[in-house]
Design a protein around this ligand. Structure first.
Ligand SMILES: NC(=O)c1ccc[n+]([C@@H]2O[C@H](COP(=O)([O-])OP(=O)(O)OC[C@H]3O[C@@H](n4cnc5c(N)ncnc54)[C@H](O)[C@@H]3O)[C@@H](O)[C@H]2O)c1
Length: 260
C-alpha cells in the first residue's frame, strides 16, 4: 500500500507509520510519505522505518499544503492508496477570550487541511479505489470545557468526512474517521503525567485506562485495509467506552423506589 500520513512525527501518526512498517512482515512492504512541520521528528521516524518512508516537511495551516504533500507523495510512490489526515492542534481558552486569528489557525489545521489534502489526492485515490481517513476526536461530539474551537473544528471535520463519503463513493473511494478519547501522546503528556488528573480521567473510562497512540493507529489501520472494504462514512470511537459513561457518572438512578 502507498500511504500518506500527516502528523507523522509524533503520537498517533508516528505509531501508525511504525505499525504499517511492522505489518510488512505479514502483508508485504508499504510505501509511506510521512509529513509534518517538525522536520527533526520526521527524520527520526523515517530513519527507523528505512527507504520505504520518504518525508515532506509541510505546514498544514497553509492553503496549498494539499498540493505540496500530494506532489511529494507521487514523486516518492508513483500513486496513492490511502491518505491519513491525522495532524491536529489544540487551542485552549474560553470562547469569549479567543481571537479570529486563533479561529483561523485551529480551523485551517484541524479542518481545512483535510479538505485540501483530500481534494489534491482525489484523482490518485480514484485511480487506486483507495481510502481516506481523518483523525477527529471524541470532542467532536462532546462539548469540552475550555476547548471550544478544538471541539467545533473536529465536529466540522466529522461532517466533512461524511460528505466526502457521499460524494466519492461513486469513485470507489472510502472515507472514514476515527475519534480518539483521552489518549496518552506528546499532545497530552503534560496533563496526564499529573497522576491525580490521570486517575480522575481513567476513573471515567470503563476500561479503566487511557488510550495509547497504538490503540488509535490500529483503528486507522483497519479502516485503510481491505478488511474495511465496504465501510464508508463512519466514525470509529476509540475511547475505552468513555462516551457511554455519562449517566453512570451521575451515580445512576433517581433515588426513587421502583413503582411498577
Ligand atoms: N491525544 C489525544 O488525547 C487525542 C484525543 C482526541 C483526538 N486527538 C487527535 O489525534 C491527532 C493526533 O494527535 P496526537 O495526540 O498524536 O498529537 P501530537 O501532538 O503527538 O501529534 C500531532 C502532530 O501534528 C503535527 N502538526 C501540528 N500542527 C501542524 C501543522 N500546522 N502542520 C504540520 N504538522 C502539524 C505536530 O508537529 C505533531 O507531530 C490530532 O488530530 C488530535 O487532535 C488526540
Amino acid at each position: 500500500m502507498r500511504v500518506i500520513i500527516t502528523g507523522a512525527a509524533s503520537g498517533i501518526g508516528r505509531a501508525l507509520a511504525e505499525r504499517l512498517a511492522a505489518c510488512a512482515l505479514i502483508t508485504g512492504s508499504h510505501q509511506m510519505l510521512l509529513t509534518d512541520r517538525d522536520s527533526d521528528g520526521l527524520k527520526t521516524v523515517a530513519e527507523a522505518i528505512g527507504p520505504n518512508a520518504a518525508i515532506c516537511v509541510a505546514d498544514l495551516s497553509t492553503p496549498n499544503c494539499g498540493d505540496e504533500i500530494v506532489s511529494a507523495a507521487i514523486a516518492h510512490m508513483g500513486g496513492i492508496d490511502a491518505v491519513v489526515s491525522n495532524a491536529g492542534i489544540i487551542a485552549a481558552g474560553a470562547l469569549v477570550d479567543l481571537s479570529p486569528a486563533d479561529f483561523d489557525r485551529i480551523y485551517s489545521v484541524n479542518t481545512r487541511a483535510t479538505w485540501a489534502l483530500a481534494k489534491a489526492a482525489h484523482p490518485y485515490l480514484a485511480a487506486s479505489k483507495g481510502a481516506f481517513v481523518a483523525t477527529a476526536s471524541m470532542s467532536a461530539t462532546q462539548p469540552t470545557p475550555g476547548l471550544g474551537f478544538y471541539s467545533s473544528s473536529k465536529a466540522a471535520l466529522l461532517m466533512l468526512i461524511r460528505q466526502l463519503s457521499l460524494e466519492w463513493g461513486k469513485d470507489g473511494i472510502r472515507c472514514n474517521s476515527v475519534s480518539p478519547g483521552p489518549t496518552y501522546t506528546p499532545m497530552t503528556k503534560a496533563g496526564y503525567d499529573d497522576t491525580a488528573r490521570r486517575a480522575q480521567r481513567e476513573s471515567m473510562i470503563p476500561l479503566g485506562k487511557l488510550g495509547m497512540a497504538e490503540d488509535v493507529a490500529n483503528a486507522i489501520l483497519f479502516l485503510i485495509s481491505p478488511f474495511a472494504g465496504h465501510i464508508n462514512g463512519i466514525d470509529i470511537l476509540v475511547d475505552g467506552g468513555m462516551s457511554n459513561n455519562l449517566m453512570p457518572a451521575t451515580g445512576g438512578g433517581t433515588g426513587q423506589k421502583a413503582s411498577n
